[in-house]
Each structure stands twice: as structure tokens, then as C-alpha cells.
Design a protein around this ligand. Structure first.
Ligand code: TEU
Ligand code: CA
Length: 543
């Protein structure tokens, strides 16, 4: 049997603060804006909020480059605003988890400033310096090394040139990080999402990456930090010294680790992390993020079957389709507007009826789609801009823009669509990033008043999930595993049985069996007994 825990029953909601709600008209979302929308989140049925970074930052990577861990970004508000936010979240019976970015800091963090100005001080060894660069490349393009004149050395940055990798081998550094985390836990935050936490340990001596591995993804060196030699040790130390005493919840963001490593990081008796975010389901194999292609839901089915059947009961999966780093899922699967509503609901059914903790990314509950960016000037993301610069060295501009557009993280970062008025009720001023006209037909206001909306569907589905304990804790039994475009499963425990039947295609499909029991929820008002409607997703109560 699965051990119970609040976070296994919870539904999480991710907020990207810059784009959620602006309270003062400067076009940038902020903490008071979030506070003003907590009732909306609560009403949706959310149990806990994950806040993307709100710390002081020069915003080279929108807050994932932290300058001061104990200060709130000016644009977002003050520490008083944060304390109020935390109180108001708690008063509504929800939890709050922060984004913890400790693989790297901004080059403007005082630790880094001192590491370069006082190399002989204790800070001198807080980052990863080398006399000669190796062949590692940055995830955001180009070499992973900056030349640092002050030290006549090179400093490692796996992400942008302003995101300097910390040296976790240094015990003082680890202790400072522990203290900083305790400081937030003392305030009462409920846990953390740990940014690229599997990257914190690098192979000793920072050796060159293999040519053949590097070539595959154009990322050299990854085998030396995706699961580095001291990763488990650092995580256990964190858990024992910092998280455990506060009973804090942790979900690690862990790109590229695969299922077996996920188990090692989250098995309950290993004391490392509670859950991880794995990304292997976000692209159909053979495709890469910046390819313009249609995502195949049959792959999602295959992935979920594997995850549910092989993850084991001592590890708990996280479930998500969207976050601030990826284009919108509906657009990837089928951008035809006639399917938007049913497809948005189909994804909700998969997200909320399998075993695992669901994370909803802001706007997903409305079925928000990719934005109609017209030129490179419309984009803001450092990754997109770097990639464009690289591609235009050898490709014509239109083609390069198209490629960047297919995978740009900015699709997920346009303002939340609240109302049908200028700037979508996000702000009274011009937003920091453009938005197209989609808010006129897709916004919170309209969807609250439309019985058939994706938003109302999410609300009903979350409520349904709470009424049926079989969803977080029961068995998952798949049928029709080899039948293309049909995804069917039972959820079963000693008390009840639910049956979920999903048509993964935009064509009618013959049902595998006659419906039985009571239909609890469906993305179609009217269904047929013989055929599934395009992208139909229905939940039945059999017992
Ligand atoms: O992302 C880590 C990561 O490796 C990827 O998600 C990557 O940013 C993306 O796939 C590139 O297309 C985390 C954060 O979620 C991301 O926003 C930050 O930029 C990154 O770490 C650096 O902190
Ligand atoms: Ca603002």
C-alpha cells in the first residue's frame, strides 16, 4: 500500500509571477497581483502553489539568475508583500512552495563578485574556475565558459553567461546554502521546487565531455553533471540537515535522468527528494524541442503506461504537461481551433485521473495556446534570442525565426488572460511581453460564465478527484494497450472502480466495449454508445 502524504493528494498550481497579474500598471506581474487572485486559485480547487523565482535578480533569465536570495525583486514588491502573500495563502488553507535555484547564481551575486575580486578569500572557491576551458557547451548555446580577466581563469556557466555554476564541493558554500534555505523555512514556506538540482555535482576535475554523446543533443559534457558523483550525498545532506526538521516538501527539477535515476532520487527510504519532474514525455521521440512537428498522444499513452507500471509504490510520480519552459501543449498536439476545447479537457483528464501529483501551469486551465509572435523583436527569452543568433550564422532569418518559434519558452510566458479588455485584465499598462488577440475569446471571465468551458471542466475534475481516494492511491490497470488512438484504464481499490476511456485522435473511433456504470464526467455532453467522439475523454464509475 502507498504511504499517505498531503502532497500525494494535492493539486499544485504553478505561477510565473512576471506574467500572472500586475497590480500597479507597470506591465509586470507582482506579488500584490498574485494576492488579488488567490480566491480564484482557491476556487479552482488548488491545494498548493509553486511560485517561480521572486528573488532579487537582474533578470537575465527572468529570476532564475538570483542576485540576492533574501531579497524580493523590486519589480515584484517587498518582503512585507511576500509575508502577506504567505499568510493569505495559508489562511485559505493552501500551501506555498518556492523555487530554489542553487545550481547557479547571477554573476551579480555578491559571492561571485567576491570570488573574482578576492580570489584568496573563502569565496574564491565558491564557483567553478579552471585555468583552461574544456569542451562543455551551455544549455543556452555556445561555450559553457566565461573568461574572467581578474583571475585570468575561466568560470563555468551551464546556462546563460550571467548564471554562474556554484561549486558544491565546497563545504562552506553548502553550509551557506543550507542557512539560506532554513531562513525561508523559518518564515513558514511549505517546501521547494529545486531548479536543475541533478546538475549540482560535477565529475571531479571537470573533464572534457564525450564527443559522441555531445553530438547527439549538441550538448557537450552532460554526462559529467546529469547525475554527478556526489549528487546523492548532497541531497541527503540537504534533506537531513534542512528539509526534515521542517517537514518540508521537495520536488526536484531533474532534466534527462530517466526513470531508474528518478527512483533512486525519490524512493522513500533513501531520504533524498519527495518527487522529481522528468521531461521525457514532452517530446515525441525523434523530435527535439525546436522542431516544428505534431506531438503524438500515442507516445504519451506509452510513456504513462510505462511510468504507472514500473515506477513502484515507494516512489510517487509528478504529472504535468506545461510549465514556463515549454510551448503550450494543445498547440503542439493539434492547433486546429475546432478541437481546442475538447483537447484541453482531454489533457486535464489524463493529468487528474492517473496516479501522481498533478501540476497545472497558469493558463492551462483556460486552454491557453501558443502566441502569434511575428518577429524576433517580439521574443524576450534569453534562450530564444541566443538560439536565433546562433542559427542566423548559417541559416536565413525567416527559417531561423520559425525554428525558434516552434520551441520558444515565451509561448508560456505571455500574460495570463483574465478579461476581454485591453491587456486582458493582466495590467492597465503595456505588458513586458506582447500578447495577441486570443484573450478576446479565451479569458477567465468568459470561461467562468460558460458552463462548457475548459476552466469549469478543470474545476469539476479537481472536485471529482477529491471525492475519489482511488485516484491518488489506487491501482492503475490499463487495457487496450496495443490499440492505437485508444487509451483506457481502470482505477481500482477495495472500495471503488473508475474507468477512463479516451480517444487520442480527432476521428471518431469504435468503442472497445459498451459503456457501463455511471458517467461521472466527459468532454462531450452527448456521447454515442458505439463510437467515441473526436478526442473524447470520459470517466465512468463502475463500482
Ligand atoms: O530549466 C532547466 C532546463 O534545463 C530546461 O528546462 C531548459 O531551461 C529548457 O528546457 C530549455 O529549453 C530550469 C528553469 O526551469 C528554467 O526556466 C531556467 O532557465 C533554467 O533552469 C536555469 O535556471
Ligand atoms: Ca507590477
Amino acid at each position: 500500500p502507498i504511504k499517505k502524504a498531503w502532497w500525494k493528494e494535492a493539486v499544485f498550481y504553478q505561477i510565473y509571477p512576471r506574467s500572472f497579474k500586475d497590480s500597479n500598471g507597470d506591465g509586470i506581474g507582482d506579488l500584490q497581483g498574485i494576492i488579488s487572485k488567490l480566491d480564484y486559485i482557491k476556487k479552482l480547487g488548488i491545494d498548493a502553489i509553486w511560485l517561480s523565482p521572486i528573488y532579487d535578480s537582474p533578470n537575465d533569465d527572468n529570476g532564475y539568475d538570483i542576485r540576492d536570495y533574501k531579497k524580493i525583486m523590486d519589480e515584484f514588491g517587498t518582503m512585507e508583500d511576500f509575508d502577506q502573500l504567505l499568510d493569505e495563502v495559508h489562511n485559505r488553507g493552501m500551501g506555498l512552495i518556492m523555487d530554489l535555484v542553487v545550481n547557479h547564481t547571477s554573476d551579480e551575486h555578491q559571492w561571485y563578485q567576491r570570488a573574482i575580486s578576492e580570489p584568496d578569500s573563502k569565496y574564491g572557491d565558491y564557483y567553478i574556475f579552471k585555468d583552461q576551458p574544456n569542451n562543455w557547451t551551455s544549455i543556452f548555446g555556445g561555450s559553457a565558459w566565461n573568461y574572467v580577466e581578474e583571475r585570468n581563469q575561466y568560470a563555468l556557466h551551464l546556462f546563460s553567461k550571467k548564471q554562474m555554476d556554484l561549486n558544491w564541493e565546497n563545504e562552506n558554500l553548502r553550509a551557506e546554502i543550507h542557512d539560506m534555505i532554513r531562513w525561508w523555512l523559518e518564515k513558514g514556506v511549505d517546501g521547494f521546487r529545486l531548479d536543475v538540482i541533478n546538475y549540482i555535482s560535477k565529475s571531479h576535475g571537470i573533464p572534457d565531455g564525450s564527443e559522441s554523446i555531445g553530438k547527439v543533443m549538441g550538448l557537450y559534457g552532460m554526462e559529467h553533471y546529469f547525475y554527478g558523483p556526489n549528487l546523492h550525498r548532497y541531497l541527503r545532506e540537504l534533506k537531513e540537515k534542512v528539509f526534515m526538521p521542517y517537514n518540508a516538501f521537495t520536488v526536484g527539477e531533474t532534466p534527462g535522468i530517466g526513470m531508474e535515476m528518478s527512483k533512486l532520487l525519490t524512493a522513500e527510504d533513501r531520504n533524498e527528494l519527495d518527487m522529481v519532474f522528468s521531461f521525457d514525455h514532452l517530446e515525441t521521440p525523434g523530435h527535439y524541442k525546436f522542431d516544428d512537428y505534431r506531438y503524438d498522444l500515442n507516445y504519451l499513452k506509452k510513456y504513462m503506461i510505462d511510468l504507472m507500471e514500473n515506477y513502484g509504490n515507494c516512489c510517487h510520480p509528478s504529472l504535468f504537461f506545461e510549465n514556463h519552459d515549454n510551448p503550450r501543449m494543445i498547440s503542439k498536439i493539434n492547433p486546429d481551433p475546432q478541437y481546442r476545447n475538447v483537447l484541453g479537457k482531454l489533457l486535464a483528464v489524463i493529468l487528474l485521473t492517473l496516479r501522481g501529483t498533478p501540476f497545472i501551469y497558469q493558463g492551462q486551465e483556460l486552454g491557453m495556446i501558443n502566441q502569434d509572435f511575428k518577429t524576433i523583436e517580439d521574443l524576450r527569452d534569453v534562450e530564444s534570442l541566443n538560439l536565433y543568433r546562433e542559427l542566423t550564422k548559417s541559416m536565413d532569418k525567416d527559417k531561423a525565426f520559425k525554428k525558434v518559434l516552434a520551441g520558444s519558452r515565451d509561448h508560456a510566458r505571455t500574460p495570463m488572460q483574465w478579461e476581454d479588455q485591453e491587456y486582458a485584465g493582466f495590467s492597465t499598462g503595456k505588458p513586458w511581453i506582447m500578447m495577441d488577440h486570443d484573450y478576446k475569446n479565451c479569458n477567465v471571465d468568459a470561461q467562468l460564465n460558460d458552463e462548457d468551458s475548459i476552466l469549469n471542466f478543470y474545476q469539476k475534475l479537481i472536485a471529482l478527484r477529491k471525492e475519489h481516494n482511488v485516484i491518488p492511491y489506487g491501482d492503475v490497470i490499463f487495457t487496450n494497450k496495443m490499440v492505437k488512438n485508444l487509451f483506457t484504464y481502470y482505477r481500482k481499490d477495495e472500495n471503488e472502480i473508475l474507468y477512463v476511456e479516451i480517444n487520442l485522435s480527432p476521428n471518431k473511433k469504435k468503442r472497445a466495449k459498451l459503456p457501463e456504470g455511471e458517467r461521472l464526467l466527459s468532454n462531450y455532453e452527448v456521447i454515442s454508445l458505439s463510437h467515441l467522439q473526436p478526442y473524447e475523454a470520459s470517466i465512468w464509475k463502475i463500482k
